[in-house]
Design a binder for this molecule. Structure first.
Ligand SMILES: Cc1cc2nc3c(=O)[nH]c(=O)nc-3n(C[C@H](O)[C@H](O)[C@H](O)COP(=O)(O)OP(=O)(O)OC[C@H]3O[C@@H](n4cnc5c(N)ncnc54)[C@H](O)[C@@H]3O)c2cc1C
Length: 496
């Protein structure tokens, strides 16, 4: 990212808060409409979730079918005008990419996430194997336009006209210095969700469980946009909607503050491993759906009578054969080979890569080892007789090629054999949040009476379209499309 001259006051036309896909697109659109644009990014490098995402853009081919599908997904959380605008924007993604000169690959026909709600199939587009290259491309477009970017700049408050409520700029903190930034046309909040804000997660979504939840995305996404927009009078929407990822390893995830060992247990679906709860009992089919799952997750089942989470803490338990068979969580090398790149903040930023033989994690104590099931039960705090019985039942199911308890697919079943045995505590990873300021089809932020807060815009996962069910591969193209819409509209505001 370019270093810019340090001034304590700036005046531009359009101010963009946050430099991910929504911010970059808003900046490009506003610039191309003739505005002088400044991008403010809290971290020392831009990218946000956009630069660590999988880069999948899943878009419809038929407008009428798309409208019906998005209406069903929304479940009453957005109005008809927004459903139509969203469907059109998603349909328009190929044209948008072509207009920007971005090359892409298309996988023409893929099943929707909720086939029973859709009348057709969808197409999946990839600009690159991962979001990392996609963001490089956006960054290049921003640089080619000489759009100013100010890194290490956290916007802390919006400046609003005391009578009209018009948003006139922002106050920010830049490397120990207070900045006042004036926007003659508008401010676009593109500063992501609150996946890295445990207090917001606890209050909006998961009281009591945030100690077990770890973001898979950028540490910059701490819900600042929710505070900024709320202070300006915005209504919030879609605060209920979260996108779950897969299991990760709890101990290193706590240590590094980000999901480590993402995909734990699913490196190879087949194998002599199981997930057990605090009692040493299985609680789910190990090959069951977690990512973007909208059913209540078994691991988060709350036991009213005991006033605690029935299945937390939870562990992956496995035998030596499974350990010897390769890494129990995907490594960067495996992902590069399989999909051409890595995904998630920890791997993209080389924070921690699981070892190929699991030995580093044993040495760190994240993977516990014991010579008997009784000793392993002791390590995880479960009754020995329960864990032993759980393994006996599981092994019986493996022999019969039928998991009577949870229906794990037969092809993945393998009995736990001879000791030593191993356990790793599970964390649950979070892909991103959807909640944020309510906005209209132009990206204008609305107050509690649905009136536009003048000159304030929002785009991307901060107040996304999705308030109920989520079609996988939608947040990323949404950030592109609605970043463009918000940026262009802000640049059309009369200059103050
Ligand atoms: C691992 C992962 C995989 C994913 N895979 C996919 C996928 O394949 N397809 C898909 O559709 N979606 C995917 N998603 C979701 C998608 O990537 C995001 O929802 C989308 O990219 C969000 O873009 P954004 O521009 O709104 O936010 P971000 O890209 O997160 O950018 C927000 C930026 O704002 C900055 N910021 C925050 N607060 C401030 C402040 N106060 N001042 C200044 N700057 C601030 C942050 O540091 C950050 O850089 C994935 C997400 C993750 C984490």
């Amino acid at each position: 990212m370019r270093e810019e001259t340090k001034k304590d006051a700036y005046e531009v036309d359009v101010l963009i808060v946050g430099y991910g896909a929504a911010g970059a697109n808003a900046a490009i659109a506003a610039h191309d409409a003739g505005a002088r644009v400044l991008i403010l990014e809290k971290l020392s490098a831009g990218g946000g979730n956009s630069a660590v995402c999988a880069g999948a853009m899943v878009v419809p081919e038929n407008l009428d079918a798309a409208i019906a599908y998005y209406r069903a997904l929304a479940g009453g959380t957005v109005g008809e005008e927004m459903i139509l605008a969203f469907a059109e924007a998603m349909m328009g993604i190929p044209d948008l990419l072509s207009r920007l000169g971005v090359e892409y690959k298309i996988e023409p026909s893929i099943p929707p996430t909720f086939p029973s709600l859709a009348s057709g199939r969808l197409k999946q587009m990839h600009i690159s194997p991962t979001g990392e290259n996609g963001f490089r491309l956006l960054d290049r477009m921003v640089r080619q336009r000489n759009i100013e970017i100010l890194p290490d700049t956290r916007v802390q408050a919006l400046i609003q006209h005391p009578e009209t409520g018009e948003v006139l700029g922002a106050r920010a903190r830049h490397r120990g210095q207070d900045l006042q930034l004036l926007a003659r046309q508008g401010v676009v909040l593109a500063c992501g969700g609150y996946g890295c804000n445990p207090e917001m997660l606890a209050n909006f979504n998961l009281p009591g469980a945030t100690d077990y939840i770890f973001p898979w995305g950028s540490p910059g996404n701490t819900g600042d946009g929710i505070v900024l927009a709320s202070e300006a009078g915005a209504a919030l929407w879609h605060m209920n909607a979260l996108e779950w990822g897969r299991f990760c390893a709890r101990a290193p995830s706590r240590q590094f503050g980000t999901a480590i060992g993402y995909g734990l247990g699913l490196t190879r679906r087949a194998g002599s491993y199981m997930f057990v709860n605090r009692r040493g009992s299985r609680f789910m089919a190990e090959d069951g759906l977690l990512s973007h799952c909208k059913s209540q997750l078994d691991i988060l089942r709350y036991d009213h009578d005991k006033a605690r989470f029935a299945n937390l803490p939870a562990f992956m338990v496995f035998d030596h054969a499974h350990l010897a068979n390769g890494p129990i969580a995907p490594t960067a090398a495996m992902l590069r080979k399989k999909r051409g790149g890595v995904v998630g903040y920890a791997l993209v930023n080389r924070i921690y890569d699981w070892s190929a033989d699991n030995q580093a994690e044993i040495a760190a104590g994240w993977v516990m080892q014991a010579d008997s099931l009784a000793a392993l039960a002791d390590r995880i705090g479960a009754p020995a007789e329960v864990l032993e019985e759980t393994v006996r039942q599981f092994n019986l199911g493996c022999r019969e090629r039928h998991d009577h308890q949870f229906g794990r697919s037969a092809s993945t079943l393998a009995s736990l054999g001879a000791p030593p045995y191993f356990a790793v505590e599970l964390g649950l990873s979070l892909v991103n949040t959807q909640g944020g300021p309510k906005r209209n089809v132009h990206g204008q932020v609305l107050d509690h009476r649905d009136a536009v807060i003048p000159r304030l815009y929002a785009a991307g996962e901060l107040g996304s379209f999705f308030g109920f069910l989520y079609q996988i591969g939608s947040n990323y193209p949404e950030a592109w499309a609605f970043g463009q819409i918000a940026g262009a509209r802000a640049a059309a505001e009369p200059r103050l």
